[in-house]
Design a protein around this ligand. Structure first.
Ligand code: SF4
Length: 134
């Protein structure tokens, strides 16, 4: 039988239960900072291929890549995104808000310390590293 390759994803292993977590007010404040200063968006995300062209073209310009490449760069494949089960349990304490609506799955952004979403992105996106071992 063929040996299954082991995949190692380098990044955050998730928060521990004892680690402190942001408050709802801090989440709100940090979300606003990322919207205002780091192009967090799009405001109304969509899984549709061509949705929100203005946003993705502008983000691509800021990242010096084309729109197609910008659309591939989501919170969900960013180095700073954490959707581990422990972190999800911590995020459950932050009430649902308008920024959660239709934005996909919640994740925690370790760079800016707020609840981000897998259908969005921002200018600080960094590639997450994948490593495969035999
Ligand atoms: S740094 Fe990464 S995880 Fe954080 S908001 Fe930007 S793209 Fe999303």
């Amino acid at each position: 039988m063929m040996k299954k390759p082991m995949m190692i994803i380098e990044g955050f292993a998730g928060l521990r239960e004892s680690e402190p977590f942001i408050t709802t007010a801090e989440n709100k404040k940090n979300t606003k900072v990322v919207i205002d200063d780091w192009m967090l968006g799009p405001k109304n995300p969509s899984n549709e291929r061509d949705a929100n062209p203005e946003y993705w073209i502008a983000l691509g310009k800021a990242m010096q890549v084309d729109e197609t490449e910008a659309r591939r760069r989501r919170c969900s494949n960013c180095e700073y995104y954490d959707n581990s089960t422990m972190t999800q349990a911590k995020m459950d304490k932050i009430p649902w808000n308008q920024w959660d609506v239709d934005a996909g799955f919640r994740g925690y952004c370790h760079k800016f310390e707020f609840v981000c979403h897998d259908l969005r992105s921002c200018q600080a996106w960094e590639e997450r590293e994948f490593e495969f071992e035999d």
